[in-house]
Design a protein around this ligand. Structure first.
Ligand SMILES: Cc1ncc(COP(=O)(O)O)c(C=O)c1O
Length: 401
């Protein structure tokens, strides 16, 4: 369902903080028989006593669910929570983050259109740009991520969509969203931002001028690495168009996954504040470690986009990456020695997770493709969990000895 802003939100007499919204947004209407928690509604379809009432719900003249590929009560709560946290008019949801991204691009782009993006989007997104969109005669222009002038020039040549990700995975580059959204709008483009790494706790792209925000809810939103999901937030018309594509093509979010994501999101602000603090401490400490060649984290004053990050982010996020001296061989030595990290293709969980792009974000790419994206083989992506930061630094230290 396209979850639209409720009139009670618009008429709200007092600003409610993001911390409170994370706990309460979207919940009250779904509660049944005094339950204090959102029910997991496993019903493929919804029955009506008479055809008139059924028709009113089916034609959206009255609220009501028809079929769970279109909408579901549990899923609706997830949509309302992320909509509130992103300050959006509307939100919809998907089975995965990649479904959110691909459904958005396939809805907005038609043969003959042009899309401008950056070289270091998440590996799956990059595959959509390099493999699937060109097949549909869509012209894809991927710019150097750090080169805002190049992106502005590419956009000014005309494009239907400007697609950004900030901070990027796994290079942690930061895009000036307000500046690029202005350039996109001058060219008549729809500006889409992947906000997975920042989360709505640290950054709200819509308030910086973007038209649409996408999320892999699998990551920080859920926060416990036990559910997959995706979300799209923005204005009612744009989100409605993508929702229509999704309701027909079918990548709907499962109710149980929606429940787990809702439960995770209640602690999102708490987790993110902790992860922001720990990631910054670890990044600062790694900078002077002899085994480390470079550290990427937008919270570091030495980060090339630190000023932009300070302007548009409230915190710098839980993920950092660093390059070991000794390349991929060094990565193979260090990773197995970590005791407080899963070696896995994921991020954003309560447990720390570490891995190289070759087996995680950019597994689909060749060494040469990764090199072209500025991703060295000695890079480790480190997603800080909520463990004690001193323990994490001790663990990294012993692994790199
Ligand atoms: C920034 C970013 N966007 C999108 C995705 C895709 O999300 P999912 O794995 O939920 O499809 C990922 C996955 O790692 C990601 O890191």
């Amino acid at each position: 369902m396209v979850n639209r802003m409720q009139s009670s939100d618009e008429a709200s007499p007092r600003h409610v903080s993001r911390d409170t919204l994370a706990v309460w947004a979207g919940e009250n209407e779904s509660l049944v028989q005094g339950a204090t928690q959102v029910p997991v509604v496993y019903s493929a379809a919804y029955g009506y006593p008479d055809v008139d009432t059924w028709l009113e719900a089916a034609t959206h003249r009255k609220p009501g669910h028809i079929y769970s590929r279109n909408s579901n009560p549990t899923v609706q709560v997830f949509e309302d929570k992320i909509r509130s946290l992103e300050g959006a008019q509307a939100a919809t949801s998907f089975a995965t983050g990649m479904a959110a991204i691909s459904n958005t691009l396939f809805t907005l782009l038609s043969p003959g259109d042009r899309v401008v993006s950056i070289k270091d989007t998440y590996g799956g997104t990059s595959k959509i740009f390099l493999e699937f969109l060109p097949r549909l005669q869509i012209d894809v222009d991927l710019c150097e991520t750090s080169n805002h002038e190049q992106i502005e020039t590419a956009v000014a040549r005309g494009c239907r969509v400007l697609y950004l990700e900030s901070p990027t995975n796994p290079t942690l580059r930061v895009m000036d969203i307000a500046r690029l959204a202005r350039a996109g709008h001058e060219a008549g483009a729809v500006v889409v931002v992947d906000n997975t790494f920042a989360t709505p706790v640290n950054q709200n792209p819509l308030s910086l001028g973007a038209d649409l925000v996408v999320h892999s809810a699998t990551k920080f939103l859920g926060g416990h690495a036990d559910a997959m999901g995706g979300a799209l937030c923005g204005d009612t018309d744009l989100v409605g168009r993508v929702y229509h594509f999704r309701e027909i093509t079918g990548a709907a979010l499962d109710p149980m996954a929606a429940y787990l994501l809702i439960r995770g999101m209640k602690t999102l602000p708490l987790r993110i504040r902790r992860q922001n603090e720990s990631a910054l401490r670890i990044a600062q400490w790694l900078q002077s470690h002899p085994a480390v060649e470079a550290v990427n984290y937008p919270g570091l004053e030495t980060h090339p986009h630190h000023d932009i990050a300070r302007r548009q982010m409230r915190g710098f996020g839980g993920v950092l990456s660093f390059t070991l001296r000794g390349g991929f061989e060094a990565v193979k030595q260090v990773l197995p020695k970590l005791r407080l990290a899963h070696r896995a293709a994921n991020l954003g969980a309560v447990e720390t997770i570490a891995g190289p792009p070759a087996t995680t974000s950019h597994v689909e790419c060749s060494v040469q493709e990764r090199e072209a994206m500025g991703i060295p083989e000695g890079l480790i992506r480190y997603s800080t969990g909520i463990e004690d930061v001193e323990d994490l630094m001790f663990d990294l230290s012993q692994a790199m000895e």
